[in-house]
Design a protein around this ligand. Structure first.
Ligand code: DON
Length: 304
């Protein structure tokens, strides 16, 4: 398969495409990003690496971080985890509050904001220094000790994150947040602010393609069973109320973020990250989705 040729074609065909959406602006710091950025990085289990465009430039990974925190929570907790957060698609926007009331404060899944906030609460309860330990986990699987939180994004989100405050307070009232509200939100805003490039993201997500093991060292980070579960959650819930559309168009498990990044994996073949900051109305990267649709259509290979 000539992946480099495919990536070049994707860049040529999409970089001048008319887009309908806008860069995220509800987090003021994200509105400053150049809307024209476009990059992609594909990392194969046979160790082939292919890239195009701005694949080495760091951006705010936002909700993609929810896959990392879920991984850590699954390592810390057994089946009890699923009493605090369920595993069903929500069919609602990522920051919706409505289901929480009639479902007793148990979020539908770990990738909507409510679910990720419960996972943040679990990490705050179980780790001595959650921010440092998350950073260490991500740096290890990405093989890059330079990865950092972006303090400006943290502050920007802290000053405007009213919906996340509402979600945590509401779940606290219903007994599903065990810590004080501030440390949970502080951790959550930090995880969302992680700055990573497509190259670093594709490398970090290789464990989900490679049955939980690091490709270069063979070190097991997650069991194959946990990886099966995380991948199925990415497939069914990774794109919120657009999870069906992403499955339909792309046919891979993946996770998006409002920074414009998307990471997807093909089990035992590759992990791929794409970045373009213009979002559609569901909060997912418009060109990112189109690029991944082209990738699986041109290669003729998806998980379906
Ligand atoms: O909490 C928020 O709203 C953002 N920090 C993350 C949302 C997000 O990335 C949704 N994904 N597409």
């Amino acid at each position: 398969m000539d992946y480099q040729k495919i990536l070049n074609t994707i860049e040529e065909e999409l970089s001048h495409k008319n887009t309908l959406g806008e860069v995220a602006s509800y987090i003021p710091e994200l509105a400053k990003i150049d809307a024209k950025k476009f990059g992609m990085y594909l990392y194969c289990v046979n160790k082939g690496k292919f890239s195009m465009g701005d694949s080495k430039e760091k951006f705010s990974i936002q909700s993609i971080s929810k896959v990392f925190t879920l991984s850590i929570a699954m390592k810390l907790m057994g089946e009890d985890l699923w009493e605090r957060v369920h595993v069903e698609p929500s069919g609602d926007p990522f920051n919706s509050l409505t289901q929480l009331e009639y479902e007793g404060g148990i979020p539908r899944n770990p990738f909507i904001n409510a679910g990720a906030l419960v996972i943040a609460d679990i990490l705050v309860s179980n780790l001595k220094n959650p921010k440092a330990e998350l950073l260490e986990f991500v740096r290890n699987i990405a093989g890059d000790p330079t990865i950092e939180y972006d303090r400006k994004v943290v502050e920007s989100e802290k000053s405007t994150g009213y919906r996340n405050y509402a979600l945590v307070y509401y779940m606290k009232a219903l007994g599903n947040i065990k810590n004080e509200v501030e440390p949970v939100l502080d951790f959550y805003f930090h995880q969302c602010s992680l700055a990573m490039s497509c190259e670093q993201l594709a490398t970090a997500f290789m464990i989900f393609s490679n049955q939980g093991k690091m490709l270069e060292t063979g070190e097991e980070i997650l069991s194959a069973k946990k990886v099966k579960r995380i991948n199925s959650l990415m497939q069914t819930c990774g794109f919120y109320d657009e999870a069906g559309e992403f499955s339909f168009e792309v046919g891979l498990p993946g996770k998006s973020g409002v920074g414009g990044g998307i990471v997807a994996i093909h089990p035992e073949q590759y992990s791929v990250a794409v970045w373009s900051p213009i979002l559609n109305e569901k909060g997912n990267s418009e060109l990112g989705m189109a690029a991944l649709e082209k990738l699986t259509t041109m290669t003729g290979v998806s998980i379906f």
